[in-house]
Design a protein around this ligand. Structure first.
Ligand code: RIB
Length: 305
């Protein structure tokens, strides 16, 4: 069993600011950092750190050495990462304020050079026991969705960011992972987390959904059960990539055969640790650190509702 991530690889340029730049304003950052990122890369690194056998398929530009090095160091197999000779890697310009909030400007770069042939090259290796994990920062998502519909495997979809590129028919999804804002955008409805999860399941009853609720925790729902996982209390310094750490650890634990309760607990602990450190991929903790966090907080457990 393995996890195949098909997704984005970005160079994240972080700017620490007192407040987000306003119209007509010029602001000097207090600190600037260039770090590896991209939802695909972050989630793949988290999967590998969760000790799942992990592949990533994606595209970088000639400036992508940092991205390849990061993946290799985390233990991700990069056989399916191709370098586009005449392109630059995806780039995210991230403002990070004193409240640990961020806002992101994203230039997809080489991430938007992925096509059907690239998807087929990796999907031919995917078996029925494997997980395919995708997000919405690459090109031709509709083509990938059609190919996945024909494949027998478990598909985890993190439809972030929510854009018009997300296919109307999401019946290829086995498990949807997203936050509260994104699900409201996706469904075009608003309401409490339970209601939103229920609305998703009305449309796709054979799938499951995990809603991340920031510092309140996360909620899992399928047609048989609802599980609430409270959040670990931490002091956040940077929330960038926290959702990716959550999603990657969730997939790793599911791939390794753990129950959803355990997967939620590891995902929650890993993302809580991630927000205490700056950066996206660089803040993903090792499995041992996550285990320690869980042991030290025995009272923070998944609850059946
Ligand atoms: O989810 C966080 C990621 O979103 C960052 O690493 C950035 O690259 C953007 O894609």
């Amino acid at each position: 069993m393995a996890v195949y991530v098909i997704g984005s690889l970005n160079i994240d340029m972080f700017f620490d600011v007192d407040h987000f730049v306003r119209p007509k304003e010029t602001l000097m950052p207090e600190r600037t950092q260039v770090l590896p990122g991209g939802k695909g890369l972050n989630q793949a690194c988290a999967c590998a750190k969760g000790k799942a056998q992990t592949w990533i398929a994606g595209k970088i530009g000639t400036d992508g050495t940092l991205l390849l090095d990061t993946l290799n160091k985390a233990g991700v197999d990069t056989t399916f990462v191709e370098t586009e000779k005449d392109k630059l890697s995806g780039r995210a310009v991230i403002q990070r304020d004193r409240k640990a909030e961020n806002c992101i400007l994203l230039d997809p770069g080489a991430n938007h050079a992925l096509d059907k042939e690239d998807f087929e090259k990796v999907l031919v290796h995917v078996g029925p026991e494997d997980i395919v994990l995708i997000q919405n920062e690459i090109s031709n998502l509709d083509v990938l969705a059609t190919l996945l519909k024909e494949k027998e495997c478990f598909v985890v979809f993190n439809p972030a960011p929510v854009t018009k590129d997300i296919p109307d028919d999401l019946s290829f999804v086995s498990c949807l992972v997203m936050n509260e804002v994104e699900i409201e955008q996706l469904l075009g409805e608003s309401g409490k987390p339970e209601f939103l999860c229920g609305e998703w399941l009305k449309r796709y009853p054979d799938s499951s959904i995990v809603l991340t609720l920031s510092s309140s925790g996360s909620l899992y729902m399928d047609k048989d059960k609802t599980i609430f996982m409270p959040a670990y209390k931490v002091h956040a310094v940077d929330t960038t990539g926290a959702g990716d750490t959550f999603t990657g650890f969730l997939c790793a634990m599911l791939d390794r055969g753990f129950l959803i309760e355990t997967a939620l607990q590891f995902a929650s602990a890993a993302s809580a640790i991630a927000v205490t450190m700056p950066g996206a991929a660089s803040s993903i903790p090792d499995l041992e650190v996550v285990k320690e966090k869980i042991e030290q907080n025995g009272d923070v457990c998944p609850i059946r509702r």
